[in-house]
Design a protein around this ligand. Sequence first.
Ligand code: GAL
Length: 951
Amino acid sequence: MTSAPYLEDPRPDARMLPPRAAVRSDAPRMSLNGQWRFELSPTVEEAPAGFADPGFDDAGWAQLPVPAHWQLHGYGKPAYTNTRYPFPIDPPHVPTENPTGSYRRTVAVPADWAGERIVLRFEGVDSCFAVWVNGHEVGTAQGSRLPSEFDVTEVVRPGADNLVAVRVHQWSAGSYLEDQDMWWMSGIFREVSLLARPASGVEDVFVHAGYDDGAGMLRVEAPANARVLVPELGIDVAAGEEVRVEGVQPWSAEVPRLYDVAVVTPAERVELRVGFRTVRISGGLLTVNGNRVLLRGVNRHEFHPDRGRAVTEQDMLDDVLLMKRHNVNAVRTSHYPPHPRFLELCDEYGLYVVDECDLETHGFVHVGWRGNPTDDPTWGDAYEDRMRRMVERDKNHPSVIMWSLGNESWTGRNLERMYRYAKDRDPGRPVHYEHCPDGRWSDVYSRMYASQAETDLIGRREEPARGVDPVQDAARREAPFVLCEYAHAMGNGPGGLTEYQELFEAHPRCQGGFVWEWIDHGLRTRDAQGREFFGYGGDFGEELHDGNFVADGLLFPDRTPSPGLHEFAKVIEPVRIAGTPDGRLRVTNLHEVLDLGHLRFPWAVEEDGVEVESGELDVPHVAAGESVELDLPAKAGGDAETWLTVRAVLAGDEPWAPTGHEIGWGQVRLVERPRGAALPGSGAVALDRVRGVLTELAGLTVDGPRLDAWRAPTDNDRIPRDSAADAWRAIGLHRLRHRVVDVRDEDGGVVVRTRTAPAALDAGFLSTMRWVPLAGGGLLLDVSVQPEGEWPAPIPRLGLVCSLPAELDGVTWYGGGPGEAYPDTRRAARIGRFTSSVDALQTPYVMPQENGRRADVRWAELTGGGGGLRIEALPTGEGDPGTFAFTARRWTSADLDAARHPVDLVPRDRVWLTVDLAHRGIGTASCGPDVLPQHELHAAPVRLRLAMTPA
Ligand code: GAL
């Protein structure tokens, strides 16, 4: 029993006005954003009675900004669940404890609005509300991320102060349809406005602007008395009239050409920016203007670490610019329509959008989909209403190339209603939906987290049948393939992007996809000591939560790009530069429409990481999809290892990035690394002969090295059932013990043999470390590691850990950089010389885990406090590049493993250096395929030779 029956009624309120396009109009509009009087009540019943009356005294109430979530302003707490409803599954009922916010404000309506039709518009209210004007109830609505409008003409008093009162409920029937993997947060979180709607204005407008055979086609649905003006094209036609326009430039994500269009009646002028483009599925491919598109996409939730989903225009612009600067060309608006301004920005800057409806009922999976509203006709109107409100609002955006019915709502009749609505109203856009087992209600074949192997089969149209209907199965097999989610970017990773991209480029049917996801949803908060960190599930006292699964983006919560975003940008670079087997350079243009005329190609030659020559490459015209082979611009001279780096950078300013912005690069090795010979000298090896470890090295007090086979589990190691990390812990890799087998003086050096193994296991590693003093100081280490016994599982690493004085806080290395790199996340690391502090080597994942590894390193120096250590790898023989990887930290792997937030990592009084002989890949097993076989690490013999000298 609730005193507000509308909130448990899924049917849309008939008082809501028909939805229409979001447009810019010259009709009068007042923003109702700003401070509202606010009070939060624990139940609907306890909400202040009579609060909607103009005479109600709210002087004692606090104020809350609109738009905002009340949980981020000290009222209640945010709560995070992935799929589980945080209330009993009892549709359409919701808990009696239903936090209810009462909002009040007055608005002075201009006297000259008298006689106009007046409309109150909400862009987004989570999750359900009722609204009163001057004490009269004007309507209710659900559909948190959808607009709603109410006619308030009868109750508004122009020329006077008017009271607007809104009662917002955290839970409603609508909550069952809004089980997206994100924070549960409530309130009026998008704009509110009051509109004066002129009689015979442009109530709605639907622009159809296609592009075919080199010409545009324009037809605008609008009131019959409206004219359509496109001054730039000399167009002035009546609404509904179809015109063919020769010579228009088409719109695409690469060239987002827009034309200003005005739709005008004597009473109102509406302005739109229109792009001519045609989306079609033909020949089993998704095309825009006839070109196959390759979606280099991301899933975007609206998020800001302080504001939640109440994002500002600047937040949206930041997202768009960051996407464009990292070669992203597509966005899926997971899993609800975004703020309307975001779509304007996508039109303007050029991003393909899959506009997704505000629908997800994933929580029903936990009861075998019993009672799922998707197949329950009593919810049919609610489903169709949601689709309608999205399609009508967003139908004029060229960036929107597909409609999506929603996410993870299983299957049923109500999806058919949504699908039909979209197809009937807007035949010009394909419809997407992933979660029907047989692919019904989708014009594309969409999947999430399909492995690379399965994607390959799909690319060949040889995938196993899905569903039982052979006709449906055949139709699906004909359809283009899109990974609506892949490469789960949680914590360190995602690994395996390259292998996906290769498939997207090899199989025309595989038209790319959308990385899950764009940004970590970590909410800025503080611990008991006042230290700031990004909170995740459980940090706000939730009884049911899904931990840091909410932090799985390519951006950190504050929008700092993570290493995963740098890797993604490199993997999807639209220009690929690579050496050919016969010593030339190939430049491949992977754009959809652009040639390379907008780019310059600076090059540099570096010997041992130091630039010795540079210039600019002359690249001839290369059409989209073509490539060219060129002579190398420089020849090698010296003896040192020498690399040529060629970069593709913007030749001029683009709206999204300045001249010189890099979009791609490639490297060619001109001179191989010489076999460096470290000269043996004489001297003592400062060794703890009991423990078999050095006590002094290069004049520094050291402790180590010891063999290590552990890494602080990443989210991908840790999260899946029967995870890799479970196996490592069961074996005991995090508690290895060392038994010195023998210490022998030999050939002027010392040989230490140590057996390293966990308690309770009969397998181990025998390491042989041969230490020889070097002329000029320091030691030569030749280490080989031999597994013994049967190792029950693959392992994360084989490395040597040594602690060094804390003063060594500067790092310079020659190898892969500047960022972290693992065997399956190393595309963005180029060979060069880099410097960093120890602190800056760390990647602050929202949940601490293995990070910061620098790979393919030839030599590295740690310096500080007047001393230093240089480590140089010396090739051991044929096929050994003579490289290592390292991490350097002020804490141990055990500290990293124990920490829950970066603030838990308190620097100790040493620096721990780990030199890797071998390391496992990262994969994406937190949701999706694990490390690919070629990046797995099995216990096997490894060897490394290092010269360790004073720096
Ligand atoms: C998908 C879902 C996303 C997100 C992701 C895991 O199944 O569609 O919303 O939950 O898994 O992070």
